[in-house]
Design a protein. Structure first.
Ligand code: FPP
Length: 248
């Protein structure tokens, strides 16, 4: 891809996070079973990873399965796990070849053994790559993530390793699944809903949020570029005044 003329290469988000919503509705609108929406949604995942790589983004995070998604009918959960396994098997070589490093945000312990095995393999085989960091949020819940970090930090305080006064935002953030990575600059939710659904609640504190109506299976590179265009048109103030952050 040629760099899109109307995008400012110096103002790209370092980290884009996406809530991929609307798969079920996409399928239902066509009289298809909901898992068909997830299946076509995998094509959107492939397109967005490709675009993120071409744009040279630092981090891409996709919300693929939440801690609450286990409540869905078993046939849908099984279909999603099957798609994940197939996707990871299919993409392993491409990720290795394209210098992508896969990480998992979430507790892997509840994933089926075969999904966890291939996930661990892709993570291990791509660990040495230093290009795009691709986070898959799987069995992910932001509140559980925050609680896990609280428990780690509280344990260090209890055994005398750490003074409560020494707990800073940076120290705490280092214990989140995203430790060491920049916070998302741009958070996109597809499917027309306007909520965060327990996604990156700490990390998204200063993210620019873009709610788009496009259903995830229809989301392609152009839609990502549109969202980045919106992002580049926003003024990020981080609590300051417009005059303070406006370039002289
Ligand atoms: C939300 O749409 C989407 C999900 C719960 C799953 C997202 C999964 C994929 C795109 C495919 C598998 C992922 C990878 C990385 C291979 P929804 O079903 O809640 O849509 P609805 O709101 O229209 O019902």
């Amino acid at each position: 891809m040629q760099f899109p003329q109307e995008l400012d290469p110096d103002k790209l988000p370092a980290h884009v996070a996406i809530i991929m919503d609307g798969n079920g509705r996409w399928a239902q609108q066509r009289g298809l079973p909901r898992p068909m929406g997830h299946q076509v949604g995998v094509e959107s995942v492939q397109a967005v990873v490709r675009a993120a790589r071409k744009l040279d983004l630092q981090v891409l995070t996709l919300y693929a399965f939440s801690t609450e998604n286990w409540k869905r009918p078993p046939f849908e959960v099984n279909a999603l796990m099957g798609l994940l396994k197939k996707y990871l098997l299919h993409e392993l070589e491409t990720m290795v070849a394209n210098n992508v490093s896969l990480r998992c945000l979430g507790r892997k312990d509840r994933l089926p053994d075969d999904v966890r095995d291939i996930l661990d393999k892709v993570i291990a085989d791509t660990a040495g790559n230093d290009g795009l960091v691709f986070n898959l949020a799987l069995n992910y819940g932001s509140r559980v993530e925050i609680l896990d970090a609280v428990k780690t930090v509280a344990g260090q305080c209890a055994n005398g390793e750490l003074a409560a006064d020494a707990i800073t935002e940076e120290l705490f953030a280092a214990h989140l699944y995203t430790g060491g990575l920049p916070d998302p600059d741009l958070l996109i939710r597809t499917g027309g809903e306007a909520r965060l659904s327990n996604f990156l609640l700490w990390q998204a504190s200063y993210a620019e949020i873009c709610f788009v109506d496009t259903l995830w299976p229809d989301f392609r590179e152009e839609n990502l570029l549109d969202a980045i265009r919106v992002y580049q048109g926003r003024q990020r103030r981080f609590g300051m005044t417009g005059e303070q952050v406006r370039p002289a």
